[in-house]
Structures are given as C-alpha cells and as structure tokens.
Design a protein around this ligand. Sequence first.
Ligand SMILES: [Zn+2]
Length: 377
Amino acid sequence: MALIIKNGTIYTASDSYKADIRVDGEKITQIADKITAGKSDEVIDASGLEIYPGAIDVHTHLDMPFMGTVTADDFESGTIAAACGGTTSFVDFAIPAKGQALRETVKIWHKKAEGKSAVDYGFHIAIVEYNERVASEIPAMIEDGITSFKCFLAYKGSLMVTDGEFIGALDLAKKHGALVSIHAENGEMLAYLANKFTAEGKTGPEYHEASHPAMAEGEAVHRGAVLARMAGVPLYIVHTSCKEALDEIKVAMADQQVIFSETCPQYLLLSNKLYHGNGFEAAKWVMSPPLRDEENNQIMWNAVRDGFVKVIATDHCSFNFKGQKEAGLSSFAKIPNGAPGIGDRVNLIYSHGVAKGKISKNKFAEVMSTNPAKIFG
Ligand SMILES: [Zn+2]
C-alpha cells in the first residue's frame, strides 16, 4: 500500500509546481503530473495546499547536561513536538565531558535517543578540548558518520576552547574533510563582563544581555573566519544574531570564503525589550547569544532573504521556569542558558516570514530543509 498525495503545489528551493507524490514506506518514490492510485493505496487530496520537504532542525540540545541541570525535553518529548510542528529530522549535539572519549560520548547520545525519537536524527559532536587523544579519535568518528564538529568560543571554564585548540580542530577538518561549526562569542569578554556586573551587585537577568554584547559576537565571527581561512576550510556559524556578526560574514563571503551562517526564530521575532520590565520572568529569555534589538530582527530577516544566512534552526534548549531557570534567582550567571523552539519553528517562520512577505516560499524550503540537508548530508 502506497500513500498518494494528489493535486498539491510542491515548493522546493528552486521550483514551484503542481504534481502528485507517491510515498512507499518512508520513501518518496515518484513525483509526476498525475499518479493513478491503486485500490489499496491511501489518497490524500491536497487541492489548494502547499507541500514542502520535511523540515530539518540542525541545532538541538535534547537530554543534555548543562549548567548543573539537564535540558527539560528528552528525545521523546522533544521529537514529538518536532513531528507535530513539521520537523521530520534533526541533528543534536553530543557533548563530551572533558577527558571523555568521543566514541563513548556518541554511544551515550545514541542511548538517550534509541527507541524514543518520533523522527529521524543524527549527531554533531562538540570538541571541548583538543589534544592527541581527541585528534586520534576524529577519523573513526567520521567513519561512523559524524562529520560535523562544534567548537565553543564562549563558556569559559567549561566548553570553551582556546584559539590553539580551535586551530587544531580546523586542521583536522582539513585533513579528513569534516565541517567545523562555532558558537561565536568571545568567551573572555563575556566572563570579564559577568564578573564585573556581579562584583557591582548587578545580578538581575537583564545583566545577562549586558554581559553578551554584540561586539563579542562580531569579534568571534571575525576570528573564526580568519582562522578558517588560514586553515583553508569552510566554517559554519551557529545562531547568528546581529549586524556585528553579519558584517564579518559578508566580508568573508565577498572574499569567496565558504561560510555558512545559521540563525534561529528568536533572533528574527523576539527583541531585547523582554529583558526589561519583566522581573525574574526575563530568565525565560536568557540564552546565548541573547535577544538583540528590533533593528537587528529586521537585519536578520534581510540576511535570510539575501542569502547571507543559509539555515534557520532552533537551538532548542529547554529548561522549566520552575525548578530550573529559578537556579538563577540570586544571579543571572546561574540561569541555565537556553529556550525551546523545535515544535514551533516551521509555523513561526511560515507565519512571520512567508505570510508577511519577508521571504519567498522557495526561500522557506531552502533555509528550513534544502540547505540543512546539503550542508550536513
Ligand atoms: Zn546550541
């Protein structure tokens, strides 16, 4: 028995056309002007409806230990939300503890996901330290199908790597044909500002934003791009949020450098006004990078439209307000960083992007599905 979807309009990154679709099992086996359904086939009449490729979310943190707690959504609740919201596959970050073997980390993440996920999934792995052991493990990781390695230039004292370690990762990516991605904020600047505000008794959640200035993101994107250029490898920049970062990306792209930039719905739709006048409720929007101003929201939409941002993912990293975000009642520095989005990305970007004329339907297919698939394979 096949599934036949009839009379819909298909939108891809490059085309829009009316056609029927045949699905056998989990595979699309035919797209044609007219497909005649057999007796036992299930038929969906999609007259007047738009059909897009399944959305791919390449930036999630499910069941992840972080800042003294574990993200609220696991591979069951998070992926049910994904499926309900039109996301049919995702790539989660496996993050090793320092000293932990990469293969061991991936095993742990497979265990978290096994038998629980409602949709297809893959993993990136984070490089939280670089030494001979890590270097020797990377070829095996690539053989296992994990070809994307993330370096944090922020979170000093936990996930952050030094420039030397980052260069080591870039060098290995060059040797083995892998892709390196970065969390681009200057971790030293962030740590300095957080300590300074804390010492001054400025501990409310609004100081999270103040301790993550846009210039720290711009600086890290610049540094990341220059080091990737030196190493001769492409670079993927996760959760780009502001003009300062985009300006650096545009300079590198104008120089023919291969830079893939990702943004997330929160940097398109929410502004830093939420950090003010909401008391401790503002902790709900404590994430890194923080929300920027409304001008930056528009700048990010334009960057998606104009092709400077290639992917919209979520950075889904959910914490309950009660019992988790509340860990930061005494200081913004203790609020677990992150917010949810895996179930809402498709609807949000369609409603606020396509329906409001900010991006085309083809661009929607491109940044939600086609580019993520092409970049991460
Ligand atoms: Zn993230």
